[in-house]
Design a protein around this ligand. Structure first.
Ligand SMILES: *Cc1c(COP(=O)(O)O)cnc(C)c1O
Length: 384
């Protein structure tokens, strides 16, 4: 079935193709060309990070984080169960055991009050995911991490340019990972970045990203030849993609304003319906400036969630559920995950749906979505 209104449609700001053509004709299409440099500079300046390095994906940025932290077999890493696979897999690849933490029912971020009970002598890192671009409770998380000498790696795939108590997400942990996948606010199709807030990690990060060589130092003229100095892989984004990304980052304020308008319109138009139908809308605590990454509904039951997806589908509108709890997946079960372990994650995994949300969503399209949602009565949804 073809959807009249898709869930996501990557939007262009206008200068992408010109920049891409320029990157190709400049003759440096591989990684760390001029456009990569421009992206690094913009992100470092805005965020105030020690170093930002573009990567092929957020997944690869997380894999680099696991390498930088020297994660070893048997180490434990605390991750929310309600997240994308890569948050856990990047560490599992190094032999770590993911320890799943439940989420708060309001923001759907990891429940910081449960951290202390999950920490053991083997815990090496906590990986907060800022779900929907709304900050985790970073003060509490950093306090627990400091007390136990555990690293914090932020999975900030949703939260570029969002803030917690005035400070940008991605600048709290020693390391953070960003995504520029086509489903994210700022995109180049596939891409990511690693944010390094600890200057001591920068030199090794450059080496890991460059196949274990000191090529970055060579390019800067700091060594006269480059050679193999450490383990590593190829985590550089092509400068062609960096050119596309550069165009988007330059216009992030425009993208943010558009997404804010769409998000606030959903919230205003659906609040009455949601209250009457016992549906939970996104919660943004007053000390958080969110990224306007998505608009979700937490329905009162699985039946109501499936019923609304089907109702919207019948009108040509695509809405989608989100994470299947990691602790209930076959891999999660292999690490000891069992039903009942993370009750809020299990409920939200069954009851959450996301409405169409993209930069080019027109007012007329959004009004259609709102009308269709408002027609839906949860009590009409029956188990099938
Ligand atoms: C999208 C996403 C990722 C993975 O991003 P890629 O760039 O596709 O590797 C990781 N974590 C979260 C929370 C995500 O939403």
């Amino acid at each position: 079935m073809l959807y009249r209104i898709p869930f996501n449609r990557p939007g262009l700001v206008g200068s992408e193709l010109r920049y891409v053509a320029d990157a190709i004709t400049q003759g440096h299409a591989a990684g760390d060309g001029a456009y990569t440099g421009r992206c690094h500079a913009m992100l470092e300046k805005t965020l105030g990070a020690a170093r930002v390095l573009l990567t092929t994906s957020c997944t690869h940025a997380l894999e680099m984080a696991a390498l930088l932290l020297d994660i070893q077999p048997g180490d434990e890493v605390i991750v929310p169960s309600f997240t994308f696979v890569s948050t856990a897999n990047a560490f599992v690849l190094r032999g770590a055991k993911p320890v799943f933490i439940d989420i708060r029912p309001d923001t759907l971020n990891l429940d910081e009050s449960r951290l202390e009970e999950l920490i053991t002598l083997r815990t090496k890192a906590i990986v907060p995911v800022h779900y929907a671009g709304v900050a985790c409770e970073m003060d509490d998380i950093l306090q627990v991490a400091r007390r136990h000498g555990v690293a914090v790696v932020e999975d900030n795939a949703h939260g570029l340019f969002a803030r917690y108590k005035g400070r940008y997400l991605g600048t709290f942990g020693a390391i953070a990972a960003q995504s520029f996948h086509e489903t994210k606010n700022v995109t180049c199709g596939e891409g990511g970045a690693i944010i390094l807030n600890d200057p001591e990690l920068v030199e090794r990060a450059e080496i890991l990203r460059e196949k274990g060589t000191n090529r970055s130092k060579f390019y800067r003229g700091q060594v006269d030849k480059y050679t193999w100095v450490d383990i590593g892989s190829s985590y550089l984004m092509s400068d062609i993609l960096a050119a596309f990304l550069c165009a988007q980052i330059e216009r992030y304020e425009q993208i943010a304003a558009t997404r804010r308008r769409i998000w606030e319109n959903y919230a205003a138009e659906l609040s009455g319906w949601a209250a009457a139908q016992d549906v939970q809308l996104p919660c943004v605590p007053p000390h958080c400036e969110q990224a306007y990454h998505m608009f979700y509904l937490v329905m009162p039951s699985l039946q109501a969630r499936q019923g609304l997806i089907e109702h919207l589908r019948s009108k040509g509108i695509l809405s989608v559920f989100h994470y299947v709890p990691l602790h209930l997946s076959p891999m999660g079960a292999a690490f000891g995950g069992r039903p009942g372990q993370c009750p809020t994650t299990e409920r939200v995994g069954e009851c959450l749906l996301r409405l169409p949300f993209y930069n080019d969503l027109s007012s007329a399209e959004q009004a259609d979505v709102v009308d269709a949602v408002r027609q839906f009565e949860c009590r009409d949804a029956v188990a099938r």
